[in-house]
Design a protein around this ligand. Structure first.
Ligand code: GLU
Length: 447
């Protein structure tokens, strides 16, 4: 397999799909060497098959807004790969959603899910619906209209969606209600991220952020450091950022910056649990403005318009917002400001040249598909609880999540060890995820 040749053919086929091509390039580059030691992979054309989604559903979603106007959006479900289990992955509602974005996310999800140790294939879906400024009633009508089409494509043993950017517990609730009505199926297992009274797992809302911090701890412990007392800068103020800052505070770190599309909030004395929980109110308001934190806590929080979290001096950077949110200039600014560790929590949150900069400048860096896998892993735990018609305690879920993150860290170390003793976590995560999926595809024949 030659990365260059495969990339050239994908570029010719999908010239406009920037994010998808970026994600594939990153994975192929890191697996090429290992792949070429396995002629049986080449014979079965594993890579050529793995880079293409199994199928993509596209559908029209029409709904009525509060003023009575008829609106139309496009909905998608990308079923990427089912070699190790049913398709599993979130739904993203964001105005910039395109097939390219969902293909990149589905591709990443395939490897991430393989890393979790649980039997889940990769999928992703969503819509170009923009939740910003929408009322609760509009959100409900959109979710119902979306499910009116999506329900045909999914099922508890086929494809199990969950949340992602723009989709949280409220949206999962509206979609689950509609699914049950349409499918006449009251098994609670077709979506994850449900409310705890109707089949959701305790700790699922926290899981992505908690898992990211458990991973960060392992990364630090390996080099004899601890997160206690560290200054942490976080981008975003959604569910993932909320869980990450909650656990960072519990572990004794100081969260000194939180950012949004409008600018950054600097919190010199550190975020408090009260401020952190207010982020949930800000998110549910659909205003999408981080400045609201400074308005609510004017004495403790200073807002600067147009700046990113990476402009505030910190030890550890945690991108928790969106793909490609951290550019080379941001990585350079972080270094100038004394930062030495970046754990990518968002999917593909760092641009490729920012990652190279981190790696060439002695940063500890780990990629999203390893760091944020605790979210989907806990979705997997939710599926297990649903299948058994039981629910586990917070302690039980937390212990399992902890174990899974430790295991993912170990896989990265095993497959990412460099001759100089350093760990290349990007390589480690990609090779570990790939080997599992490739082996599963190989053993199941040419299909
Ligand atoms: N959207 C999350 C992710 O990127 C969670 C997916 C899930 O729980 O299925 O992994």
């Amino acid at each position: 397999m030659k990365t260059k040749e495969i990339m050239a053919s994908l570029q010719a086929k999908y010239p406009t799909e920037k994010e998808y091509l970026q994600a594939v390039q990153e994975v192929l580059e890191s697996i090429e060497e290992v792949y070429n030691k396995h002629p049986e992979f080449e014979k079965a054309k594993i890579v050529e098959r793995l880079v293409e989604p199994d199928r993509i559903f596209t559908f029209r979603v029409t709904w009525v807004d509060d003023s009575g106007e008829v609106r139309t959006n496009i909905g998608y479900r990308v079923q990427f790969n089912s070699a190790i289990g049913p398709y599993k992955g979130g739904l993203r509602f964001h105005k910039a959603v395109t097939p390219s974005m969902l293909k990149f996310l589905g591709f990443e999800q395939t490897f991430k899910n393989a890393l979790t140790t649980l039997p889940m294939g990769g999928g992703k879906g969503g819509s170009d619906f923009d939740p910003v400024g929408k009322s609760d009633a509009e959100i409900m009508r959109f979710c119902q209209a979306f499910m009116l089409e999506l329900w045909r494509c999914i099922g508890p043993d086929q494809d199990i969606p969950a949340g992602d950017v723009g989709v949280g517990g409220r949206e999962i609730g509206f979609m689950n209600g509609m699914y049950q009505k349409l499918a006449q199926e009251y098994h609670t297992g077709v979506l994850t991220g449900k409310g705890v009274t109707w089949g959701g797992s305790i700790l699922r809302p926290e899981a992505t952020g908690f898992g990211a911090l458990y991973f960060t701890q392992h990364l630090l412990h390996r080099v004899g450091k601890d997160i206690k007392g560290m200054k942490v800068a976080i981008s975003g103020f959604g569910n993932v950022a909320w869980g990450a800052s909650k656990k960072a505070m519990q572990l004794g770190a100081q969260v000194i910056a939180v950012s949004g599309p409008d600018g950054v909030c600097h919190i010199p004395e550190g975020l408090t649990p009260e401020m952190n929980d207010y982020m949930l109110v800000m998110r549910a308001s659909n205003r999408n403005l981080v400045e609201d934190l400074a308005v609510k806590f004017p004495e403790k929080v200073r807002f600067t318009k147009g700046k990113k979290a990476w402009s505030i001096p910190c030890d550890i950077a945690l991108p928790c917002a969106f793909q490609n949110e951290l550019a080379l200039e941001d990585a350079q600014e972080l270094k100038r400001n004394g930062c030495w560790c970046c754990c990518e929590v968002s999917n593909m949150g760092c641009q490729p040249d920012a990652i190279h900069f981190f790696q060439n400048n002695g940063f500890l860096f780990a990629p999203g598909k390893a760091v944020n896998a605790g979210g989907v892993a806990t979705s997997g735990l939710e599926m297990t609880q649903n299948a058994q018609h039981i629910s586990w305690s917070a302690q039980e879920v937390d212990e399992k999540l902890h174990w899974i993150m430790e295991n993912i860290h170990e896989q990265c170390v095993k497959f990412g060890a460099q001759p100089d003793g350093r760990i290349d976590y990007v390589k480690g995560a990609n090779i570990a995820g790939f080997m599992k999926v490739a082996q599963a595809m190989l053993e199941q024949g040419i299909i």
